[in-house]
Design a protein around this ligand. Structure first.
Ligand code: ADP
Ligand code: MG
Length: 599
């Protein structure tokens, strides 16, 4: 209870900037509440004056009053609905932006600890639930409470002894309604579970389309899906049955209550304590009380769902952003990189991925990293970009420890091409110019030429203006990689991190890109993890890694002569790095962050 209260208070903080409109909506709700008993109260002059006393004055006064009140009430209802929805949607928009922006500030490790589906459903599912709690629930709770109070006050004023009967009956009605809504909530949960199962099945179908076709399992998948669809229909119908019974049930209860009151009130009319008009007005007003009660007792589930959504959103917003406290300035780095006893282990893993790593890289030097899959090459690059923080030791750029640079300033110095470069659903030109909004078309074209991407771009239907689909799924692996390389070329950063950046290229493209790299390397520091012996040979130094440690350093020639780990690695096969092949599935497209992290 106190927890819900705290959540609601925190939620209300998002409404606070719009308090003027919120106040307007409450005012309008009060008007609706006040107008309701006035409307039913018109039965009194209608019967007593118009029909019984046949007062000619009342003949037109009563209908006119009804018309005026009804107009006012409808206008107030419109204002209360629109203004509260406006406030709720403003809050939804704010929350969506906050969540989206905060996700980009979170450390890569935090992203890895969450599933992509969960991250997505926050924005698409949780936030609308919160919106419903802020708009629908807000209207029902305030407007209906006020209406009930206004109706009861009116009844009490007209005939307090009869009203006491209602006080005795109302709790029983509320209790019965409550029972029904509990059953409803249970069915709702079942329905949501089936819905989740269905989403999962569709996701699997899309991701595994090729597998389904090649293994011929369409029949199997179809019957599995049919079972889920049937189940979902049955659970939906259960909800429909319960919710459809809801209104008639309340009506029956209301009429039962009305019958009791009529019985009691009739005696009052007989003894002359109540005029016929007062009698009818009382019954009419009383009948109006049950609908708001029904809505109020049902609204709890909406509020609970909203609070559950709010909780999950606040959990995300409370996650710590990347630590970014560096103040040191660095115009353009010379490109000296020093690793001093750097160690790092992934969260929850015993063995360090990088262990006591010490290496000094001179400005303008090209260093190749080789070693078996899992030896820590990608992790090392991620540490330079501060995607992860070293557990101990430190990394310095131009003599400045990474933590003393602001993250933006540090990453300004780096261009990174990983194994799974993420592309955006935009044109070729915009993908190459990503991160450099001001790049001219000539610059973009030049970068594409250097990355050996021109020939395939020119073959696209609209050249540089062709859209490449979500994460570039209309391109081949090699084409995507060349776009990523062009993007890195264009960034023109003093430090270039290439993690198997050319692994998906054919030999010919790789040769041309390698030649472009030779040019690019001139006044840059390059850290390269590569497949091919030709690329590795170009490096000034080769670092051989094993289980996160350096086992050998030297040039190709010196290492060959030494006949150690490097020579053995070369002898073991053509693939000197031997990393796993690049997958390209739907789930991978979604897992942009994971892809960046694992690189
Ligand atoms: P390489 O790039 O040389 O193949 P990595 O740096 O990717 O090696 O991996 C080094 C080690 O860290 C491996 O043992 C791998 O299993 C582990 N590792 C890599 N990425 C993650 C991750 N995101 N979470 C946990 N462990 C990881
Ligand atoms: Mg790797």
């Amino acid at each position: 209870m106190t927890d819900s209260f705290r959540l609601y208070r925190r939620l209300l903080a998002y409404i606070k900037p719009y308090w003027r409109v919120s106040a307007l909506s409450v005012l309008a709700m009060a008007a609706v509440a006040g107008a309701t008993p006035l409307l039913s109260g018109q039965f009194e002059p209608l019967l007593d004056e118009s029909l019984i006393a046949r007062n000619p004055d009342a003949m037109w006064r009563v209908p006119l009053t009804i018309l005026l009140i009804a107009c006012g009430k409808s206008l107030a209802e419109y204002i209360s609905s629109v203004s509260s929805q406006w406030v709720a949607n403003k809050a939804i928009e704010d929350l969506r932006r906050l969540v989206f922006n905060h996700q980009m500030e979170l450390p890569v490790t935090t992203h890895q600890a969450q599933t992509t589906g969960r991250m997505l459903s926050r924005i698409t599912y949780d936030i609308p639930q919160v919106g419903a709690a802020l708009s629908t629930a807000w209207i029902v709770v305030i407007q209906d409470s006020l209406t009930i109070v206004a109706l009861l006050a009116f009844l009490f004023y007209k005939a307090w002894h009869l009203t006491l009967i209602i006080f005795a009956i109302a709790p029983v009605v509320a209790w019965i309604i409550r029972k029904a809504s509990t059953g409803m909530r249970a069915s709702n949960r079942l329905q949501q579970a089936s819905m989740g199962e269905m989403t999962c099945a569709v996701e699997e179908q899309l991701a595994g389309l090729r597998e389904i076709k090649i293994f011929g399992t369409q029949q199997h998948e179809a019957s599995r899906f049919a079972r889920i669809a049937t189940q979902l229909r049955k659970e939906t119908m259960r909800v429909v049955r319960i919710s459809s019974a809801n209104v008639p049930m309340v009506q029956v209860l209301a009429f039962a209550a009305v019958a009791i009151v009529i019985f009691a009130a009739s005696s009052l009319v007989e003894s002359g304590q109540l005029t016929p008009g007062q009698f009818v007005a009382f019954i009419a007003t009383m009948a109006m009380i049950f609908e708001p009660i029904r809505r109020l007792t049902n609204i709890n589930s909406t509020i609970q769902r909203g609070l559950a959504g709010a909780q999950s959103i606040f959990e995300l917003l409370d996650l710590q952003a990347e630590e970014d406290r560096g103040l040191q300035k660095l115009e353009r780095a010379r490109g000296e990189i020093r690793f001093e006893n750097v160690s790092f282990a992934y969260p929850g893993q015993e063995a360090p991925a990088v262990s006591d790593f010490t290496l000094s890289i001179q400005p303008g030097e090209t260093v190749a990293f080789v070693g078996a899959s899992g030896s820590g090459k990608t992790t090392l690059m991620a540490l330079v970009a501060r995607f992860f923080e070293a557990r101990s030791g430190q990394i310095l750029i131009d003599g400045v420890p990474l933590q003393e640079l602001s993250l933006a300033e540090l990453r300004q110095q780096l261009a990174l091409v990983g194994q799974h470069a993420a592309l955006f659903d935009d044109t070729v030109a915009h993908n190459i110019g990503y991160g450099r909004q001001l790049a001219s078309f000539d610059e973009i074209q030049e970068a594409a030429r250097q990355a050996h991407a021109l020939e395939f771009i020119n073959k696209l239907p609209q050249g540089f203006n062709s859209r490449i689909g979500s994460n570039g799924n209309q391109l081949s692996g090699g084409q995507r990689q060349r776009l990523a390389i062009a993007r890195a070329f264009l960034k023109n950063a003093p430090i270039l991190l290439l993690d198997e950046a050319t692994s998906a290229l054919d030999n010919e493209s790789e040769r041309v890109v390698r030649e472009a790299l030779v040019e690019l390397r001139r006044d840059r520091t390059v850290l390269v993890v590569a497949h091919r012996l030709t690329t590795i040979r170009d490096a000034n130094r080769i670092v051989v890694m094993e289980r996160g440690r350096i086992v050998e350093i030297g040039t190709h020639e010196s290492l060959m002569t030494a006949g150690g780990a490097y020579a053995r690695l070369l002898a073991s096969g053509e693939e000197i790095v031997g990393d796993e092949p690049t997958p390209a599935s739907l789930s991978e497209t979604l897992a942009f962050n994971e892809a960046v992290a694992r690189g």
